[in-house]
Design a protein around this ligand. Structure first.
Ligand SMILES: Nc1ncnc2c1ncn2[C@@H]1O[C@H](COP(=O)(O)OP(=O)(O)OP(=O)(O)O)[C@@H](O)[C@H]1O
Length: 255
């Protein structure tokens, strides 16, 4: 097993008297896709917010490699390779699909708008953007405005934007939520492909058991903010405590 890429240690956040994430210690590894599950209100999104920096913990740390991210703003964490997909908020609705991705490539490469004045550089950025278009099967929609894309394609564009940022840690919060069944396999394939690159770590919050089964190398279960279980999917799904607390004794999908 390679060294962990991301470690949370004793991560805790209180809102008033309520402990939303309680002493969660977990290490995530490159080449591994971990799905975080748990009942409504278990603390999954809050845990994600603590990792990506939307929230600062009351106690505990978030480290990536040798770097302590705990007190960094989300933008600084992004520069350190934490990439989180946010539904629609990263899209420029009135720019084309290609332009959206080109901006993400440009932002990652650290160059300002003035680089558009350099024709050679512009064409390199465009070429790179086309690579992500192809990877996400959006090439045919390159010239459509992001706002005009069907919902499923917008979700694919979000993945393309994230890929263009080249993070080491990919974070997805219910990536197929609200998506029609015909688009779902494409997005799942994209996420599954990310971990083929053994340098990438993928974290996913998910309710749908079909998605969990399709993607998870490892499942962690949060309950009342605490880490209830952590392990390979079969082991976790079959453990009695998880069945009692999360799945119900029948083991049926809670979603
Ligand atoms: N900013 C906040 N202020 C106060 N309480 C909060 C805040 N954010 C989250 N909480 C509370 O923390 C708990 C965990 O919420 P969180 O959204 O992380 O759960 P979740 O597991 O993602 O749930 P769901 O599956 O329903 O999205 C909940 O009780 C929630 O009400």
């Amino acid at each position: 097993m390679p060294d962990p890429s991301l470690v949370t240690e004793g991560l805790t956040i209180r809102f008033g008297g309520h402990v939303a994430v309680n002493n969660v210690s977990c290490a995530f590894h490159p080449g591994e896709l971990t799905v975080i599950v748990g009942p409504n209100g278990a603390g999954k999104t809050t845990y994600f917010n603590l990792i990506s920096g939307q929230l600062s913990p009351s106690e505990g740390t978030v480290r990536k490699g040798g770097t302590d991210l705990t007190r960094m703003a989300p933008s600084a964490r992004a520069r350190h390779g934490i990439g989180r997909a946010f539904q629609l908020t990263n899209l420029f609705p009135n720019l084309s699909v290609l332009e959206n991705i080109r901006l993400a490539v440009q932002a990652r490469s650290g160059h300002g708008w003035r680089m558009f004045s350099n024709v050679g550089r512009f064409s390199t950025l465009t070429q790179e953007a086309r690579h992500y278009l192809e990877a996400t099967k959006l090439s045919e929609k390159a010239d459509m405005l992001a706002a005009e894309l069907p919902h499923g394609d917008q979700r694919k564009l979000e993945v393309a934007l994230l890929m263009a940022m080249e993070p080491d840690i990919y974070m997805f919060d219910e990536p197929t939520a609200g998506m029609s069944l015909d688009h779902t396999p494409d997005v799942l394939d994209l996420i599954a492909a990310l971990k083929q690159d053994k340098t990438k770590t993928v974290l996913l919050v998910e309710h749908k058991m079909s998605v969990v089964r399709a993607l998870a190398d490892r499942i962690i279960v949060l309950h009342n903010g605490e880490l209830l279980a952590d392990g390979p999917p079969d082991e976790v799904m079959q453990s009695q405590i998880v069945r009692d607390v999360y799945l119900g004794s029948s083991g049926e999908d809670a979603a």
